[in-house]
Design a protein around this ligand. Structure first.
Ligand code: RET
Length: 251
């Protein structure tokens, strides 16, 4: 069988022609998969209450790995954005990130109602974002603005709402450090998504970037946010568990 035909059959022709978007789908898939394995295995090296946090980090990256597997295929077959897969993935993983905030502040009194508000806001953000991406040129700005309301509510909760108050009251340096980094993820890391969205035809930044594929933005943002977010929680979990070990050893 001739090589070009083979490449075409397995959908690699676009990669061989070095399509940067396709390559980021491949890298995204492997990076998510490797991270999920890492977080699951590392559950064994942290103290009890951190095990759930690492489990959730593993679920976030594991769920993303499965979706990247399908999105990569979809993109190679059709050359178009796998929008539905993308939003199914986000609908599962963004609420799980809200659960991470809840778990971090739970030892200091976080309530289920805070988690509920965060999840409702993230669903508002994602449902309206999906409608905006699929409804066409005329209304994607309108739905994008609505979606941003949900996003800003999450930012508000983490910077000034219940999550922020509990983190401040906790007096825990480890939680303080984690919250500082997670705030950077929520503001800078998460803002890559609306920027990608604004590159859609008819939207505010349409044509502003040389590479105007929305998937390049989303793939980059997913890698930063899902893996980075998990690593922040991992590093806090490791340093807190080490402290406890010293305490029990000297007691
Ligand atoms: C792992 C996936 C994550 C962290 C996804 C986050 C997604 C967003 C923050 C999306 C936000 C959007 C807006 C704020 C407005 C335009 C529509 C969206 C959905 C792209």
């Amino acid at each position: 069988m001739n090589l070009t035909l083979l490449a075409e059959l397995v959908g690699l022709d676009r990669i061989i022609n070095s399509d940067p978007v396709a390559i980021t789908f491949f890298i995204g898939y492997m990076a998510m998969f490797a991270s999920a394995v890492f977080f699951f295995v590392e559950r064994g090296s942290v103290d009890g209450k951190w095990k759930t946090s690492l489990l959730v980090s593993g679920l976030i990256t594991g769920i993303a790995a499965v979706h990247y597997y399908y999105m990569r295929d979809f993109y190679l077959q059709t050359g178009t954005s796998p929008t539905a897969f993308r939003y199914v993935d986000w609908t599962l993983t963004v609420p799980l990130m809200c659960v991470e905030f809840y778990l971090l502040t739970k030892p200091f009194g976080a309530k289920g109602s805070t988690l509920f508000k965060l999840i409702i806001a993230s669903l508002l953000m994602l449902v309206t974002g999906y409608i905006g991406e699929t409804s066409g040129i005329d209304s994607n700005i309108f739905w994008g603005v609505l979606s941003t309301v949900g996003y800003l509510y999450i930012v508000y909760e983490v910077f000034a709402g219940d999550v922020a108050k509990l983190a401040k009251e906790s007096d825990s340096p480890a939680l303080g450090r984690a919250m500082f980094l997670l705030k950077i993820f929520i503001t800078l890391g998460w803002s890559i998504y609306p920027i990608g969205y604004m590159v859609l035809p008819g939207n505010l930044l349409s044509g502003a970037f040389e590479v105007s594929s929305i998937d390049l933005f989303y793939n980059l943002a997913d890698a930063i946010n899902k893996i980075g977010f998990g690593l922040v929680i991992y590093s806090v979990a490791i340093s807190e568990s080490a402290k406890n070990k010293v305490k029990t050893a000297t007691a």
